[in-house]
Ligand binder design. Structure first.
Ligand code: A2P
Length: 285
């Protein structure tokens, strides 16, 4: 079940900040025309939540498309993330300011640590994280990010952070989709008040080839993409579907006029073949 009726309906973070229930993903979207056009189309289709990251290299294009839309600042939600070579207090503040400048914004709505255990600092993450998190907390206290959080964090990374966090992260953004439900992280994040954002809710497009999902989608007269996005919402996740194609961007917004049955939600939860192969302690970046 979900009470959401449109893209502008919101989850409420643990600090009271409202966050639109579906975000527009921009990972693998090229800077320049591709990012500018896709964000423009997303805003025209009703999205008010855009997810980017410094490492995507498209912050400037995302910022330009948002600015050109003329939508008032308090009516859209922007997330960006600090990448792996940048850790510690000073670097974090500097990278945050770089992202603000790239986006052309005075504040972001959500700032995330992109990965918990960077290759460059591998396995020193509890110490490296502490300075980074202190900077995130200061950015938050100054009102330059309305919420702060993490991405790709497993239970042990969250535990390390909780050792010294004065402010608990508001969000954990992880890869989640049918057959990739990371139940331990989801349970632990929720127990600690973090909202789960789901990146790659379409399995970077791979899920769209699944005959099992196609069979379920047909029952509801929906596309597999719509089914996956709807499933994510019904699971209580905040999906971040990515597309650079106008028709698909629009198609992916039509997810509020049907309800997936509990049996089908479960069948999707149990789907085989969509396991995440990127463990954050072993990624080569
Ligand atoms: P494209 O960007 O070329 O339109 P995810 O959100 O899981 O990362 O998946 C993104 C991938 O899924 C991209 O390759 C995107 O293609 C594709 N995609 C997104 N929406 C749809 C859709 N409605 N139909 C088909 N493919 C889609």
């Amino acid at each position: 079940m979900s009470d959401f009726k449109s893209l502008t309906d919101c989850y409420t973070l643990s600090n009271g900040v409202k966050i639109p229930c579906v975000g527009f993903g921009t990972w693998q979207t090229k800077s320049g025309d591709e990012a500018e056009n896709s964000v423009k189309w997303a805003l025209e289709s009703g999205y008010r939540h855009i997810d980017t990251a410094w490492i995507y290299g498209n912050e400037e294009s995302v910022g330009k498309a948002i600015k050109d839309s003329g939508i008032p600042r308090d009516q859209y939600f922007v997330t960006t993330k600090i990448f792996n070579r940048h850790r510690g207090y000073k670097d974090t503040i500097e990278m945050f300011e770089t992202s603000l400048k790239n986006l052309g914004l005075f504040y972001v709505d959500l700032y995330l640590i992109h990965w918990p255990n960077p290759l460059h600092f591998r396995n020193a993450f509890p110490r490296i994280l502490s300075g980074t998190w202190r900077a995130m907390e200061d950015i938050y206290k100054e009102g330059r990010a309305r919420a702060i959080g993490v991405s790709n964090f497993c239970v042990r990374h969250l535990d390390a952070l909780f050792e010294y966090a004065e402010i608990k992260p508001h969000v954990n953004q992880i890869r989640l989709g049918p057959g990739d439900t990371k139940d331990d992280v989801v349970y632990y994040s929720r127990k600690n008040g973090l909202l789960l954002e789901a990146y790659s809710p379409l399995g970077t497009g791979e899920l769209l080839k699944s005959p099992e999902l196609k069979e379920i989608a047909d029952k509801y007269n929906k596309s597999v993409a719509q089914l996956c996005i709807r499933w994510s919402i019904q699971m209580g996740f905040l999906p971040l579907p990515k597309s650079v194609t106008k028709e698909r961007i629009e198609e992916n917004t039509n997810v509020f006029d049907f309800e997936i049955s509990q049996d089908d939600v479960r069948a999707m939860w149990l789907l085989k073949g969509n396991a995440d192969t990127w463990h954050p302690d072993f990624v080569p970046w």
